[in-house]
Design a protein. Structure first.
Length: 271
């Protein structure tokens, strides 16, 4: 397999989830700027390993994609209202407890760099998913072209967001769909350090296979780690060799203490 291809012919054996191997962070990252350094780092990820982990477990982790200072700088943007188009208090909508804000265009440089650099390799995986699931839609290699498709359909509001949790806060299981055009994968980066900045607040995924009870996955993340996971559903090979859709949802368990910030990267825009 190459270029993020998924092999459903032989299936994927059950194994413990592993971190995605990546090239060492460029020592000159500060010199070229965070945004440029992030793009180089993303390009150095083992994208075949990402595809394998998504096939085996429904998520993939790239550890330490952002440095501790970068995490702190992005989290601090939550207090800059001029960067955002709207704020959502979860309890007012039955989404959980806590709050989040959607960025406005133009996105901050680090957020834009993450969204743009992650899209192309994920589009190759997304196209393979649609191929094996017999879904007609395909995704162009350039994110700007995909956004043009969204905007032509009335989905023109940016969807990258910052989430903020305090003691007792949580996020109910959900899917980030937002309109007709949906990119099948999304990403999140934990900006706070578990055990130091907060307790509890685990990122969780559930999958619902046909005629089976839901399966729960608690995703272990440290500050700066990137997790890639499905927006809506993913392909899974059945016992008889057929490939079928598995519905996925994600959320955050109750925070027991401290403060937790997360950056969410969604690749389609909203109506």
């Amino acid at each position: 397999m190459a270029n993020g291809e998924l092999n459903f012919q032989q299936g994927v054996p059950e194994r413990a989830p592993r971190e995605v191997i990546h090239a060492p962070r460029d020592a000159g990252r500060q010199g070229v700027g965070a945004a440029a350094g992030i793009a180089v780092h993303v390009a150095g990820l083992d994208w075949q390993a990402v595809a394998d982990e998504l096939t085996a477990h429904g998520y993939a982790i790239a550890p330490g994609l952002l440095t501790a200072p970068e995490c702190a700088a992005v989290a601090a943007q939550y207090a800059q209202p001029q960067l955002f188009r709207s704020r959502v208090v979860m309890a007012q909508h039955g989404f959980g407890a806590g709050q989040y804000q959607y960025f406005r265009y133009p996105l901050p440089s680090v957020v834009a760099a993450l969204r743009q650099s992650l899209y192309a390799p994920l589009a190759a995986i997304a196209n393979r998913w649609h191929e094996v699931l017999d879904i007609a839609a395909r995704f162009p290699p350039d994110h700007a072209d995909f956004l043009a498709r969204c905007h032509a359909a009335g989905q023109a509001r940016p969807t990258p967001l910052l989430l903020q949790y305090g003691p007792g806060d949580y996020n109910c299981l959900h899917q980030d769909l937002y309109g007709e055009h949906v990119f099948p994968l999304q990403a999140a980066i934990l900006l706070s350090e578990p055990g130091a900045d907060f307790e509890g607040g685990e990122f969780v995924l559930t999958e619902q296979r046909p005629r089976m009870q839901s399966r729960l996955e608690v995703v272990p993340l440290k500050r700066g780690d990137l997790v890639i996971f499905p927006v809506n559903h993913r392909p899974v090979q059945g016992a008889r060799g057929n490939v079928y859709r598995v519905a996925m949802r994600h959320g955050v368990s109750r925070l027991r203490a401290g403060s937790r910030h997360t950056l969410g990267i969604i690749f389609h825009d909203a109506t």
